[in-house]
Design a protein around this ligand. Structure first.
Ligand SMILES: [Zn+2]
Ligand SMILES: [Zn+2]
Ligand SMILES: [Zn+2]
Length: 250
């Protein structure tokens, strides 16, 4: 499996609109230092799944037919805003697998256009797509949200965002099997911050103790945590993701 982190920012991203701190000024001047909305591209063999759709230039990045489909974690705006533009195109229907959250986001489900929403994702309901084994996992967030365990070629990669900790039943599913090769996980806040709906670094460290992943990559990084990372180092085995980072499991 090859996972490319297309965006690693929390809602608001880096640069944060109107912020004059050094990091935001640098990111304004240099695209490579931006943190776009949290999303990723998973590739295996000839196949590609887009994980979340918060980027606003999906039409430029992915010509019709390039993606097998889109897999959504949840319907918060920073994870689906790119779909509002795509839906009006004359493209062939694009499968969008998602949690069963009838509220969706604004009128996205009511007027899906070329998007073929399939609200079939539910905790533990594993399925396969061209040899990729996908297990949705309940997350702890302010609306129905699923993380995903991907298994292919004997490797296991979990993409867990947005979440604050993990429910016991999700932890149990992740622990049933060999240790994860890669854990990509929501870490929005620096240590000591009063976070809600998202992990801070302490929670990620606790998760690492429970799951013992070979490699942990942080995503959904908030503004203060981004600044914290500039002057602190992370514990061994944990690294901060960045936009366009490529993670290969085989
Ligand atoms: Zn700033
Ligand atoms: Zn969210
Ligand atoms: Zn989010």
């Amino acid at each position: 499996m090859r996972l490319t982190l297309l965006g690693t920012g929390a809602a608001g991203g880096i640069p944060l609109y109107g912020c004059d701190c050094r990091d935001c000024r640098q990111a304004l001047a240099n695209l490579a230092q931006e943190r776009a909305p949290c999303s990723a591209l998973l590739e295996w063999g000839e196949h590609r799944l887009l994980l979340d759709a918060g980027l606003m230039d999906l039409h430029r990045r992915f010509a019709p037919g390039v993606l097998d489909g889109i897999l959504l974690t949840h319907f918060h705006v920073d994870h689906v805003q790119g779909l509002f533009h795509l839906r009006w195109g004359p493209a062939a229907p694009v499968p969008v697998w998602c949690p069963d959250d009838p509220a969706g986001c604004a009128d996205l489900l009511k007027h899906p256009g070329c998007l073929d929403f399939r609200p079939e994702m539910a905790h533990g309901r594993a399925w396969q797509r061209h040899g990729l084994h996908i297990t949705p996992l309940d997350m702890v967030h302010s609306r129905p949200t699923l993380g995903y365990l991907f298994e292919h070629g004997g490797r296991r990669l979990a993409y867990l965002t947005d979440t604050q900790g993990l429910p016991a039943h999700s932890l149990a599913l992740l622990q049933a099997g060999p240790a994860l090769d890669v854990l990509v996980v929501d870490c929005s806040f620096p240590p000591g911050a009063e976070g809600r709906n998202h992990n801070g670094l302490e929670q990620v460290m606790a998760m690492c103790t429970q799951l013992q992943p070979a490699r942990t990559v942080l995503t959904h990084i908030g503004h203060e945590f981004h600044r914290w990372l500039r002057t602190h180092s992370l514990p061994g085995g944990i690294e901060a993701g960045h936009d366009n980072m490529v993670i290969i499991t085989e």
